[in-house]
Design a protein around this ligand. Structure first.
Ligand code: SF4
Length: 218
């Protein structure tokens, strides 16, 4: 990925201050999707599209008990899989992706989840965001920044990007934040976006960033 020009020292300093405050506020920020393996996280992340993490966490215990390997996902009957994931929405498309994913993992990767961005995004139903979730949280590799709706909104409000396109937002964050902080950055922005910097009505009066945020309303 071609990165934009390095931000000025002043911008980097301000970002570092914001990151330090968020780190104090959310010291244990982590992946909200319950999983015990890269395969489980990959499937949970596909299920989380247009769905809350809490809802996915209700569905995955039964799914993971039924499907323990990539081959299980490749061979589970479509109607059974659809029944297990129905409440996450868009269940037909998701079932198709997950079965295709299982087949691709068996045929191309010996049933294992690959550890590179290029191999992950080549799998059915896996985009850059899902690949970054798996690389960062299952393999401990900071290859990129997960940009969901909360991360994009906060990055814009904090003045870290002007873009709406998640790939461009990600590029701006990657030059602003040190690499070892990329994975946890997304977790902290998501928590702050859910608790304080709400989409419709940000609670600036309760926000620890109100004196350094260019979008503050107080
Ligand atoms: S000051 Fe307001 S707009 Fe800025 S991060 Fe906090 S809640 Fe969001």
């Amino acid at each position: 990925m071609k990165l934009p020009r390095r931000p000025t020292p002043a911008r980097r300093e301000r970002a570092a201050e914001i990151l330090a405050r968020l780190a104090r506020l959310y010291p244990d920020a982590d992946c909200a999707l319950r999983h015990e393996s890269p395969l489980e996280l990959l499937v949970a992340t596909i299920l989380s599209a247009q769905c809350t993490d809490a809802r996915v966490n209700l569905v995955t215990p039964a799914l993971f008990a039924r499907c323990r390997t990539a081959e299980d996902y490749a061979t589970i009957p479509t109607d059974e899989l659809e029944g297990l994931i129905r409440s996450t929405g868009f269940f037909r498309n998701k079932a198709k992706s997950i079965r295709g994913l299982g087949r691709a993992l068996v045929e191309q990767h010996d049933g294992q989840v690959p550890e590179s961005l290029a191999e992950l995004v080549a799998l059915p139903g896996v985009g850059r965001k899902t690949a970054n979730v798996v690389l960062g949280n299952a393999f401990g590799k900071d290859e990129g920044v997960v940009v969901d709706t909360h991360v994009g909104r906060l990055a814009r409000r904090l003045g870290w990007t002007k873009h709406d396109d998640p790939v461009k937002v990600e590029r701006d964050l990657m030059v602003l934040v040190p690499r070892e902080g990329w994975t946890v950055l997304a977790h902290r922005l998501i928590l702050h976006g859910r608790a304080i910097c709400l989409a419709r009505k940000p609670r600036c009066e309760r926000c620890v960033l109100s004196d350094v945020c260019p979008s503050s309303r107080v």
